[in-house]
Each structure stands twice: as structure tokens, then as C-alpha cells.
Design a protein around this ligand. Structure first.
Ligand SMILES: *[C@@H]1O[C@H](CO)[C@@H](O)[C@H](O)[C@H]1NC(C)=O
Ligand SMILES: *[C@@H]1O[C@H](CO)[C@@H](O)[C@H](O)[C@H]1NC(C)=O
Ligand SMILES: *[C@@H]1O[C@H](CO)[C@@H](O)[C@H](O)[C@H]1NC(C)=O
Ligand SMILES: *[C@@H]1O[C@H](CO)[C@@H](O)[C@H](O)[C@H]1NC(C)=O
Ligand SMILES: *[C@@H]1O[C@H](CO)[C@@H](O)[C@H](O)[C@H]1NC(C)=O
Ligand SMILES: *[C@@H]1O[C@H](CO)[C@@H](O)[C@H](O)[C@H]1NC(C)=O
Length: 648
């Protein structure tokens, strides 16, 4: 009798689900509940292959992170501007000894030598190089290679994994794990490809008749068709820079995308010569290389994004300098590689028993805190919230919180696809109730990490046709190219306190009949298209249409994107820091609390909309006060300068 039962049980193991072989002591820790539209599952990882494994340890005091950040960023706080040192940050958030020991003991008792383990300097990660077979036994999972549908990029992931119940509270998540990133996308595109036209034909196409390039450089009457540095300065009353506080270069994040690299020096030179002849030829950002990123790039590998970013930023920040944080992400997330590289404590390994880094094959430890951060970062790249586990996004967002605590400002582009308007591939667009983009999906798709409440997110505006720079701008929108200012509400992050009033005012008065879900309701409940309890974005906006750009050695016509708006806003903050440093004050750090408390320092944008889920439909509408299309509005440089110079 007994043996028959055993026999049945064995049969059950052989034929039933994988989960049946998970010991009772273990629990499911994370599971990707959907077939990822961007990645195709390929072969099993060979069991002898060495994999760099990292276990994210639960940090201490994260529930207080928002209060700590408000304490140094809220203009009403007596500690405004008193940013924390790296050591204070490590001490506040490091996982407890109990957490570190519990996870270490489990790994070692599973047969992995303690000499293989290393603990990061922030104590946030336990890392080890073990074989895929060992990792599969440790986490009761199967690892596969996944291939990206569009880029052919390969990565390693599993569908679900398990940890002992007794240590579950001590583990955030494991990498590689269930996360499959959507490779970050640049948020810029050429409005219409006129590169094969003569300059005269391009100008005629832009509605500039027989004008010449030289004649439009300082002509503000063309700003509704061609956005030049003079237009941007006039719109936001930005005076030419005259000073350069030491150590205040503007940081610009760039990521290689396939074969495309960074900016091209000849393009910058041509742009300077045409629009800003006072900027010397050869002026270039200092390279901060992350994971082997290189800059500048040859013409055939020039990134439109990088050319645009520097052509927008230099006219505002000069004579200050810039730095390019060029990430070559390979199969990993460029954002986490960037965070690894600039956080001086994040990946400083001190092994159990041995000191120093374990040589890594590849992966997040390529650059370990050896890249010095700038006071401001401009990031015109974005991914999507649905495609990443919430644990991963929360941990990444907390790193942005720590950057804010240390006095850094991180400025992100809100994205170019409105509420999730499909534009690039069928795998993109609005979400179905399953939480994945798909046909008929009408639930707004949210960007990542732009919806993290600890970054400043920038939407795009435009000077409407026929208007001068003195007429208020509208939200940027171009139905033909499916371009519009990205905006919406997170499904992962709750509305932060600093924007609670602004968001509830929008939902009460500006949502124009759009239905929402909230709290614990299911995605799309009651026909809702956005999460009324989520963090709303963007926070602010700036011009994002028809930027005059040089690319591949010639005038490229006009470029659209929140990609242009973002370096404008970041450059404004850089200029404010220049003055604050000269006055012996700290850089501004995280600016959202000060801006939401003083919306009058921004030009409220109250007209226009972004695009909805179906082509040429309305998503959110710009309205009086904050809205999820243009945020609080565009910079009023003198008023912003006054506000921040008046703070301690
Ligand atoms: C440009 O066009 C305007 C109006 O079409 C005309 O008056 C002017 O003479 C033209 N200028 C040149 C240099 O061709
Ligand atoms: C660009 O040109 C270089 C040199 O001719 C070549 O090695 C490289 O493969 C080219 N890259 C692309 C993306 O075409
Ligand atoms: C700012 O600099 C530009 C480019 O050198 C110049 O054309 C413009 O006249 C300057 N503006 C002021 C107000 O000095
Ligand atoms: C790494 O840790 C060692 C020992 O604590 C310390 O001396 C060193 O400065 C740290 N390096 C970085 C980049 O944090
Ligand atoms: C979207 O609508 C616009 C305007 O009706 C049209 O010109 C464009 O081709 C459409 N785009 C797509 C992708 O269907
Ligand atoms: C909506 O946002 C809240 C607050 O962040 C969150 O708890 C909830 O899970 C979100 N709803 C959905 C369906 O994602």
C-alpha cells in the first residue's frame, strides 16, 4: 500500500507542474505573469555556464525615505539644502546585520562556498559568480536566454523563482530574475525626413519661404516653425550665461542603442558656428564612460538624441561645461548601470573572507562607483512600467531618492507617445486588462523610470502656428507622427505628498470625463483608463517641437521630442546651481517640492492635449494648474532663479 502511494506520487512529480518539486520550506518570490511582448524565449542556459548572480537585500528605513528627502527639499523645512553625505545615506538605508546574515547563511548552507560571496559597499547586494545549474537549484527555477524582437539583444531570465519562507522578508529580488527590460528608447525623432533636400527646399518645406539659415538665427518671428536657441531663450527669459562655477558641469545621460553611439563633433561645430558663434569650435562634453561607452561618434554611428541634447543644452549652459555619461548597456538596463557607476558606495565589494571585487564576466559591476556624479542629470531616455517587476522599479526609484538626498537633480523626459499611443511597433501602445499592450487596449501605458516620484519629469510644449514667443504655448502634439507629450499616472508608485493637491485638483476639474480606477481596484476597473491613486507625471514642461538640428554633417530639418524639453529644463537648473554655488549655497537637489509649492515660477500651459490610445484621439487635456500633459508649466527663468536664490 505504502509503495503504491509512493509510486503515484512519483508519477505525479514526473507529469505534473514544475511547482510540485518545490520543497515546502520554499515560497514563490516573484513571477512574471505575462508573456513579454518584446522578448522571445530561446534555449535553456547550459548548466555549466557561469552567471553573475546578485541578491538584493531588503534595506532599512526605506519607508522614511520620502520624509528624509522632503526634509532637505521642502522649502519650508529648516534643513532645506542640507544634503547628506554618501556615508550618512549608507548608514540610514543599509540592510540590517540580521538580513545580511540570514541570506548569507542560506546561500552557504545550500552548498555555495562563502568565499564566492561578496557584499556591496552599501550592503545592498550579495553577489556571486556561480554556474547556471547551481543558481537553478538555489532558486528552484529554470534560466533561459531571451531575445529581443526588435534589436536581437539577448538576456537571461526566468519566469518565476523561489526562496525559503524563512528569508523571504530579507530579499527584495534576485538578478537575473523575472525582469526583462524594454531597452530604453531615446525620446526624439526627426519631424519629417528632409535630409535629401537642399537647404532652400527644406526651408520652403518648413514654411520659411526663401529665408536663409543666417537670417533666422536671431529672428523670433520664426519660432512657430523653427526652434532656435534664440527662441528658447526668449520663451523662458533665459539670459546668456556669463559665469561658470567650478564643478558645476551639466551631466547628460546617453545610451548606445544598437550600433548608434553618441554625439558627433562636426555636427556640434556646425551648430555652434551657425547659431552660437561665441562657443568655440571643438567645444565638447567630457566623457564619463560607463561599461565601455565611447564618445564622440563617427558620422555613421551618430545618435540623433545625443546631437540634439548637446545642441539644446550648450546655448543655455555656456560658458559652463558639460559631461556625457555614455552607457554601453549591452544586455542590461542602462539606468541601473548608470546608477552603479555614479553611486560611490553602491558596488564597492568587500567579500566575506576576501577583499575586493570578484572579477565579473559582465553585468552591473562593470563600473563600480568610479564615475563622479554631476549636480544635474538630463536623461532623455525611457522605458515602460508594465514591462518591469514592481520590486525592480521600487528599488531603482529608491536609488533616485538617495541621489536627491545627496543634492543631485535627476531630470527625465516624459516620453513621446502621449498616453501610450502606438507609434513604433504593434508591441507598443495602450494596455489590455491583462496589463500588456495589445489590440484594443485602452488603459493608459505608463513610462519608467519617469513615474518614479523622486525624479523631475519634463513634458513637451509648442509655439502654435502663427503665434509669437509672447503668446502662451500649448501642449506639443503631432498626430501624423503619433508624437505627443507623455503623461499619466503610475500603477506602481502612489501619489507623493508634494503633488497631492495638484493631482486631486486635476482629477476633480481637468480629467474631462476620463474614467479612473484607484486603490486596490483591478487595472481598468469600471472602464477606468488611469490610476487615480498613482504618481502623476510630468512635473514640468518645455519646448519640444521643430528644433533646428545639425545631424550627419548637415542641417537635419526639425526634430521633435520631450528629448529637447528635458535638456532645456536641466540646463535651467544647472544655471540656478551656478548662481547658488557662487553665493556659497548648496546645489538645489530634488526640486519638485519647491516647484509644487510655488507653481507661479512656471508658465502654466492650459491649452492642447496629448494623444489617446487610438490614432488621433485625445488623451489628457492641458488645464489650469498641474495636468498630466504639461505638468506645472514651462520655466520662467527669472522667477525660478529668484525662488531658489531666496532659499537657504
Ligand atoms: C523672398 O520672398 C519674398 C516674398 O515671397 C520676396 O518679396 C523677396 O524678394 C524674396 N527675396 C529673395 C532674396 O529672393
Ligand atoms: C561605420 O563606419 C565604420 C568605418 O568605416 C565601420 O567600421 C562601422 O561598421 C560602421 N558602422 C555602421 C553602424 O555602419
Ligand atoms: C546671446 O548670445 C547670442 C549668441 O552669441 C547673441 O547673438 C545674442 O545677442 C546674445 N544675447 C544677449 C542679450 O546678449
Ligand atoms: C571602498 O571601500 C573601501 C573600504 O571601506 C574604501 O576605503 C574606499 O574608499 C571605497 N571606495 C569607494 C569608491 O567607495
Ligand atoms: C494617424 O492619423 C493621422 C491624421 O488622421 C494620419 O495622417 C496618420 O497616417 C495616422 N497614423 C497612423 C499610424 O495610422
Ligand atoms: C494604483 O495605484 C496604487 C497606489 O500606488 C497601487 O497601490 C495600485 O496597485 C495601483 N493599481 C493598479 C491596478 O496597478
Amino acid at each position: 500500500m505504502h509503495s503504491v502511494v509512493q509510486f503515484c506520487a512519483l508519477l505525479l512529480f514526473a507529469t505534473s507542474s514544475f511547482a510540485a518539486s518545490i520543497p515546502n520550506s520554499h515560497v514563490l518570490h516573484e513571477k512574471r505573469g505575462f508573456e513579454h511582448p518584446h522578448w522571445i524565449k530561446r534555449s535553456r542556459v547550459p548548466s555549466h555556464k557561469t552567471m553573475p548572480i546578485s541578491i538584493g537585500l531588503t534595506q532599512s528605513n526605506l519607508d522614511k525615505g520620502q520624509d528624509y528627502l522632503m526634509d532637505v527639499s521642502d522649502p519650508e523645512s529648516i534643513n532645506y539644502g542640507k544634503h547628506w553625505t554618501a556615508q550618512q545615506i549608507t548608514d540610514a538605508f543599509a540592510p540590517s546585520e540580521e538580513t545580511i546574515n540570514a541570506v548569507k547563511d542560506w546561500v552557504v548552507s545550500s552548498g555555495i562556498s562563502s568565499s564566492k560571496l561578496s557584499l556591496s559597499g552599501s550592503k545592498g547586494w550579495i553577489s556571486m559568480d556561480i554556474t547556471a545549474g547551481q543558481a537553478e537549484r538555489l532558486f528552484h527555477t529554470n534560466y533561459h536566454v531571451y531575445e529581443h524582437v526588435a534589436t536581437g539583444q539577448k538576456t537571461t531570465a526566468c519566469e518565476q523563482y523561489h526562496v525559503p519562507r524563512s528569508i523571504q522578508n530579507h530579499v527584495d529580488y534576485v538578478t537575473p530574475g523575472v525582469a526583462l527590460a524594454s531597452p530604453a528608447r531615446a525620446q526624439a525623432k526627426v519631424a519629417a525626413d528632409t535630409s535629401s533636400m537642399s537647404l532652400a527646399d527644406q526651408f520652403a518645406f518648413l514654411g520659411l519661404g526663401n529665408r536663409t539659415l543666417a537670417s533666422v538665427v536671431n529672428d523670433l518671428s520664426v519660432c512657430d516653425r523653427l526652434t532656435t536657441p534664440a527662441c528658447v531663450k526668449a520663451l523662458y527669459q533665459i539670459p546668456n550665461g556669463t559665469s561658470a562655477a567650478p564643478g558645476n558641469a551639466l551631466g547628460v545621460f546617453e545610451s548606445n542603442i544598437g550600433p548608434m553611439g553618441s554625439y558627433n563633433q562636426n555636427d556640434l561645430n556646425q551648430f555652434f558656428q551657425t547659431f552660437m558663434p561665441n562657443i568655440p569650435q571643438g567645444t565638447a562634453p567630457t566623457l564619463q564612460s560607463i561599461n565601455g561607452g565611447t564618445a564622440p561618434s563617427p558620422p555613421n554611428m551618430t545618435s540623433l538624441e545625443a546631437d540634439l541634447d548637446f545642441q539644446v543644452a550648450y546655448p543655455i549652459v555656456f560658458p559652463q561645461t558639460t559631461q556625457v555619461f555614455q552607457v554601453n548597456p549591452g544586455q542590461f538596463s542602462p539606468f541601473n548601470q548608470f546608477l552603479d557607476a555614479i553611486d560611490a558606495s553602491y558596488c564597492n565589494s568587500t567579500a566575506f573572507g576576501i577583499t575586493g571585487n570578484t572579477p565579473q564576466i559582465d553585468g552591473p559591476l562593470a563600473n563600480c562607483g568610479n564615475v563622479k556624479p554631476t549636480n544635474v542629470f538630463s536623461v532623455s531616455f525611457s522605458s515602460e512600467e508594465f514591462s518591469l517587476p514592481s520590486t525592480y522599479q521600487q528599488r531603482q526609484c529608491n536609488e533616485f531618492m538617495k541621489l536627491g538626498l545627496s543634492g543631485k537633480t535627476v531630470v527625465f523626459a516624459s516620453g513621446d507617445t502621449g498616453t501610450g499611443t502606438p507609434s513604433r511597433s504593434p508591441a507598443e501602445g495602450c494596455l489590455t486588462p491583462q496589463g500588456v499592450p495589445g489590440p484594443g487596449g485602452n488603459i493608459f501605458n505608463v513610462g519608467s523610470p519617469v513615474a518614479c516620484p523622486f525624479v523631475t519629469t519634463v513634458g513637451a510644449t509648442q509655439v502654435n502656428s502663427g503665434n509669437s514667443v509672447n503668446v502662451p504655448e500649448s501642449a506639443a502634439v503631432d498626430p501624423i507622427n503619433a508624437f505627443s507629450s507623455g503623461g499619466g499616472f503610475s500603477n506602481v508608485f502612489a501619489t507623493p505628498q508634494y503633488q497631492a493637491k495638484a493631482v486631486s485638483n486635476f482629477i476633480a476639474n481637468g480629467a474631462k470625463g476620463l474614467k479612473s480606477y484607484s486603490g486596490n481596484q483591478a487595472l481598468g476597473a469600471n472602464g477606468g483608463v488611469f490610476n487615480a491613486s498613482g504618481r502623476g507625471y510630468p512635473d514640468v514642461s518645455a519646448a519640444g517641437k521643430h528644433f533646428a538640428t545639425f545631424l550627419q554633417g548637415q542641417f537635419a530639418g526639425t526634430v521633435d521630442g520631450t528629448s529637447a524639453a528635458t535638456p532645456i529644463f536641466a540646463s535651467v537648473i544647472n544655471r540656478i546651481n551656478d548662481q547658488r554655488i557662487a553665493a556659497g549655497k548648496s546645489p538645489v537637489g530634488f526640486v519638485n517640492p519647491a516647484l509644487y509649492a510655488n507653481p507661479g515660477v512656471l508658465n502654466d500651459v492650459t491649452t492642447g492635449n496629448n494623444l489617446g490610445c487610438a490614432n488621433n484621439t485625445v488623451g489628457f487635456t492641458a488645464s489650469t494648474g498641474w495636468d498630466p500633459v504639461t505638468g506645472l508649466g514651462t520655466p520662467n527663468f527669472p522667477k525660478m532663479m529668484n525662488l531658489f536664490m531666496g532659499l537657504p
